[in-house]
Design a protein around this ligand. Sequence first.
Ligand SMILES: C[S@@+](CC[C@H](N)C(=O)[O-])C[C@H]1O[C@@H](n2cnc3c(N)ncnc32)[C@H](O)[C@@H]1O
Length: 264
Amino acid sequence: MDFDVKKEVKDFYGNIAKNVEVEEQATCSCCKKPSRAERLYAGQNLEDIPKEAVTASLGCSNPLVFAEIKEGETILDLGSGGGIDVLMASKYVGKSGKIYGLDMTDEMLELANKNKEKMGAENVEFIKGYIEDIPLADETLDAIISNCVINLSSDKQKVYDEAYRVLKQGGRVAIADVVSLKPVSEHIKKQAQLWASCISGAMPIEDYIKILEKSGFKNISIEPNHVYTKDIIDGLSFDKSLISEEELDEMNGAFAGAHIKAWK
Ligand SMILES: C[S@@+](CC[C@H](N)C(=O)[O-])C[C@H]1O[C@@H](n2cnc3c(N)ncnc32)[C@H](O)[C@@H]1O
């Protein structure tokens, strides 16, 4: 890669986290379009989740609908951002369970911890670190969730090797991530802003399966469920002068949000 992936991604999400409260105040509720969270978490009770966690939602789906989280389980969310999935999952695992949120970006961790305090969620712990080097002991987790994060890593094999290490035998990953459905030009793949926007780092499904298998996972399923149209890509926050109209056309249908599930 021609750029420092971690630095670009940290700067991108650090800025978003810093602006969450400002955006919340600046948005006029009378003319508001449904937010990303309202779309992704439709039908789920978001009422007791702090509004800053909801506003900061940056996922591509809702991993909680297929993670089958049960009371008493110990769960980890990779790249927890403002904490929406962690706080939602804290209700499912209950007082006898525990949920960790792992993120590398200080501003996101600060926001997530404020949201945890607002909600009074005692079974939640946000930890600083990299998803490629998970700061937890071997075989301690029942499940790992994640929402639109693993595509951002430049070493996805390491992420899944680490996930496998920290899962208990029989544990599972339930991951919402972006996958690539057809090749795009090298020029598109080299754009740091498109990488940080969860596009350029996405892998083909065949490569994704190979990585999961190499880490040791079994019963792997990857289901694309939300194909990105040209309009969706155009709506992402990156400098549009970086790519041509032809390249935007090339990206039409080339990426999709997907549900990934696999067992140790
Ligand atoms: C697209 S946001 C998703 C946040 C959250 N999962 C959600 O659904 O709102 C990506 C998050 O992953 C974090 N992240 C990206 N790469 C990471 C890495 N290698 N290690 C730890 N955190 C990372 C970013 O700091 C950011 O908070």
